[in-house]
Design a protein. Sequence first.
Length: 179
Amino acid sequence: MVVSGCAKTKVYYPGNGSFNATASDIQADAQIYREKVKQLEQVLVALSETVDKTEAMMVAETALRESAVLAEEYQLVRPAVAHNLLIALGLKDRGLCYHWTEDLMKRLQALDLKSLQLYWGVAHRGSELREHNCVVVSAKEQDFSKGIVLDPWRNSGNLFWARVTKDDYPWKVLPPSDW
């Protein structure tokens, strides 16, 4: 028995084309995208009164857009665990959670942030099947545990975010020397 469905396989971001969508679908997707950017921006600003609102907006926009861009670059197969299997079989090159983290981290580091700090988060480090990686953003000089998880892998390019302490994973800081 084969199960199939008609679902968009791309995540909307400004500039990625129509992906066979109607004008009203594109408009609706653009509105949802703008709302997500605003929501993440507000979460980042709420980290501390020292967070620059422009930086928070840039991080939100970059993290959401680049998560979708990476899904295209990896020619992602959904769900993420299916893509991981294709990598294990040698049929795909990139798209494991640490690839997402590495690539998103580079794009966020290019913003040269002054009021926000980037961390590499890792859970279950060393476990072949359970290890998971993400970017964590906190206010400058703020503890990692008060930060926000940015996880593009979890929802296959549709960025997931949550407070480190509210997420299901037991996040720890990966020292920069191990990046």
